[in-house]
Ligand binder design. Structure first.
Ligand code: XIL
Length: 300
């Protein structure tokens, strides 16, 4: 195989990227994205502030631009994201209690309903756990509506689109020895035991000096998979762009049958949310393949 997507398909997996609607007019960008990737995540366009800028008024224009580009080019789409403390529109930030809970439910129904039957997997809830040693939930306006907000979000999403896989997505849950990882693991185990509909865990996998790749990553993937959920690497980038670390990530996913695919969080270094200087992606600012690209392709 000579593209990332074709190489991933050899083992029944996908290889994706985040796409920014504002870059779809850049031909270097779209040429690489179309050639190399077969799963697309909208980098910002399906988030809460983009899709429901005013309460009850949905706007899918940018989300649909990314969705339509993907599908017209034969790719599948991951939906990102429905319930999150960040990138909330102002009206939602100022809500609390029962009205916020209802707004979350209405939001999920509106967005999942619009894309019903069209999304491979939704990141239903994003980043709900706290960093540090507590292993507990992050404080947020959503968390303050009651601890059951996460399962309510999943049940709402399931009813709105029974065909989409439903994921919990977070960062710093890659390292098996971290309390945050164990907190999310315990939640997923509890959900599976009680029949709360969850199908997958998304490991964002933004690796940097403070949160480096650890060799127990494979244990993390295996442990989540053993609970009966798929695992997807959803937002991979590696500060410094180590080819060895990229290969380790791919090898760890390939070692676990239920690790179903890998998405990198952008196309070229110049497209990265971390800035070009982070050198975190697989193509340089000119669109040339980096050493990390060849390393990933060989590992797949
Ligand atoms: C980032 C986008 O890449 C940026 O363009 C935006 O300004 C902020 O959000 N975790 C996530 C993603 O789940 O949605 C974030 O994306 C990166 C961290």
């Amino acid at each position: 195989a000579n593209t990332l997507a074709a190489a991933a398909q050899q083992s029944g997996r996908y290889f994706g990227t985040a796409i920014a609607s504002g870059r779809l007019g850049d031909q270097t960008y779209t040429t690489i994205a179309n050639r190399e990737f077969d799963m697309i995540t909208a980098e910002n366009e399906m988030k809460i502030d983009a899709t429901e800028p005013n309460r009850g008024q949905f706007n899918f224009s940018a989300g649909d631009r990314v969705y339509n580009w993907a599908v017209q080019n034969g790719k599948r789409v991951r939906g990102h994201t429905l319930a999150w403390h960040s990138q909330q529109p102002g009206w939602m930030q100022s809500l609390s209690g029962g009205s916020l809970r209802q707004a979350m439910i209405d939001h999920i129904n509106g967005v999942v309903g619009h894309y019903r039957g069209k999304i491979y997997a939704w990141d239903v809830v994003n980043e709900a756990y706290a960093d540090g040693n507590s292993g507990g939930r992050r404080d947020s306006n959503l968390q303050r509506t009651g601890n059951d907000w996460i399962e309510v979000a999943f049940r709402t999403a399931r009813a709105a689109d029974p065909s989409a896989k439903l994921c919990y997505n977070d960062y710093n849950i890659d390292n098996w020895s971290w309390a945050k990882t164990q907190g999310v693991y315990n939640m997923v185990r509890d959900f599976k035991q009680r029949g709360v509909p969850i199908d997958c865990v998304g490991l964002q996998s933004h690796f940097n000096g403070n949160s480096p790749y650890n060799s127990n990553y494979r244990t993390t993937i295996q442990s989540f998979a053993a609970l009966g959920v798929d695992v997807q690497i959803t937002e991979l980038d590696i500060q410094g762009g180590s080819a060895t670390t990229y290969a380790n990530v791919v090898n760890d996913c390939l070692a676990v049958p239920r690790c179903t695919g890998i998405t990198v969080w952008g196309v070229r270094d110049s497209d990265s949310w971390l800035g070009a200087g982070a050198s975190a992606l697989l193509f340089d600012g000119n669109g040339n393949k980096k050493a990390a690209y060849n390393s990933v392709l060989n590992a797949l």
